[in-house]
Write a protein that binds this ligand. Structure first.
Ligand code: UD1
Ligand code: UDP
Length: 374
């Protein structure tokens, strides 16, 4: 059918897939669009877990993940690979999300072809190009190129305006991660068996409080990761706690976590969870310890306190709302902050309030509206 806008949505990693599947679903359901999907395969199994649960069959898959891939080799392969697909597809819009190498190179490849770019989760800024690294620069590059900036909050929209982005191109849409969380929660309610795979850990750790842990940031490799592992080891010395830690597949993360935490009674180092099971872990957890971006948005929405093991955050909204706290990567500080929350009911209650500054679950619909009219 002629006259439909052809939208090519491009992603490659687990968090992009989670935050873009609600938009892909909305585009597919809307007759004004021809929805096309290109995955880079920057992640493989962690991406495929999301594609499967969201029933997305990509039109293109570059399948370019390599073990322990370097940023330059990854970037070079992405740029040439995506360029060829854009030449073949000739979309009216390229949609990217966030700040990964896939998103940044897709924006550049689209710019080289004068294809307009819509940026989902636009305007996040830490103000430090080394934290998070390389994401702060990736998203600034995308922000320079994009014709449509879908900012999750007023704070992120203001950051773009401060960088002289045309205010007419900046829209506060909320973050699609909340759409994704609502969708997966409804799916689990319909089919509880999708998330029942943690039952053995629930039995093993019966009577203990669960702390959920994730960690993968490149800028934490080396000293930072070692300190995070040490903090978890020390917390695991308490009889009333158990850690459930789905370990990212990046070999730089796995090596240090296996070496320092393998074999401990109170620590379950497990494979990355698919999205329904991660939602279940968020539900079980008393507290989340993380350096992830997405988890900083999901946990507050569910009223779970988050200690953010990073030096800076581009998501100040959770901290301002009182449900997230920046604790850095110093082991003493992580242990002290976690113990304060665990041992002081008033401190815990003050953080454990469901608060949702990141969206209302209708972000994808707003973005579709903008794509239809821009
Ligand atoms: C990437 C993103 C980061 C995002 C994170 C989410 C960049 C530069 N980094 O970081 O912004 O926060 O994803 O998780 O874009 N691996 C597997 N299987 C998988 C996924 C990864 O084996 O399914 C291993 C591979 O050895 C791969 C390595 O992890 O080379 C690193 O993957 P990569 O995407 O380069 O970096 P991440 O640290 O995952
Ligand atoms: N997540 C998941 N399984 C896991 C760990 C995380 O499905 O084992 C989800 C989580 O719910 C969130 C996203 O992955 O939506 C976060 O991805 P990640 O931490 O890898 O990247 P970041 O958000 O830091 O870019």
């Amino acid at each position: 059918m002629s006259g439909r806008k052809r939208i090519l949505t491009v992603f490659g990693t687990r968090p992009e897939a989670i935050k873009l599947f609600p938009l892909v679903h909305a585009l597919e359901a809307d007759p004004r669009f021809e929805s096309r999907v290109c995955v880079s395969g920057q992640h493989r199994s962690m991406l495929d877990q999301v594609l499967e649960i969201a029933s997305i069959a990509p039109d293109h898959d570059l399948d370019l993940m390599r073990p322990d891939q370097s940023l330059d080799a990854l970037t070079a392969e992405l740029l040439t690979g995506l360029g060829k697909i854009f030449d073949a597809e000739r979309p009216d819009w390229v949609v990217v999300q966030g700040d990964t190498a896939t998103a940044m190179t897709a924006a550049i490849a689209a710019y080289y072809r004068k294809i307009p770019v819509a940026h989902v989760e636009a305007g996040l800024r830490s103000g430090n190009i080394h934290h998070p690294w390389p994401e702060e620069v990736n998203r600034k590059i995308i922000g320079t190129i994009a014709a449509l900036h879908c900012a999750p909050t007023e704070t992120s929209a203001a950051a773009l305006r401060r960088e002289n982005v045309d205010p007419a191109a900046v829209h506060v849409t909320g973050n699609t991660v909340i759409d994704a969380l609502h969708w997966i929660t409804a799916k689990i309610a319909e089919r509880p068996e999708l998330a029942d795979g943690l039952a053995h850990l629930e039995r093993r750790f019966a009577g203990k409080r669960i702390v959920g842990v994730t960690s993968h940031r490149r800028e934490n490799f080396g000293e930072g990761m070692a300190a995070i592992a040490d903090a978890i080891r020390r917390l695991a010395g308490r009889n009333d706690l158990a850690m459930i830690f789905p370990v990212h597949l990046n070999p730089n993360v796995r090596a240090v976590m296996n070496e320092r935490l393998g074999g401990l009674d109170n620590v379950a180092l497990i494979e990355p969870l698919d999205y329904p099971h991660f939602a279940r872990l968020l539900d079980l957890a008393t507290l989340m310890l993380t350096d992830s971006g997405g988890v900083q948005e999901e946990a507050p929405a569910l009223g779970k306190p988050v200690l953010v093991m990073r030096e800076t955050t581009e998501r100040p909204e959770g901290v301002e709302a009182g449900t997230a706290k920046l604790v850095g990567t110093d082991a003493d500080r992580i242990v002290a902050e976690a113990e304060r929350l665990l041992d002081d009911p008033a401190a815990y209650a003050a953080m454990a309030r469901a608060h949702n500054p990141f969206g209302d679950g209708r972000s994808a619909a707003r973005i579709v509206g903008l794509l239809a009219t821009t």
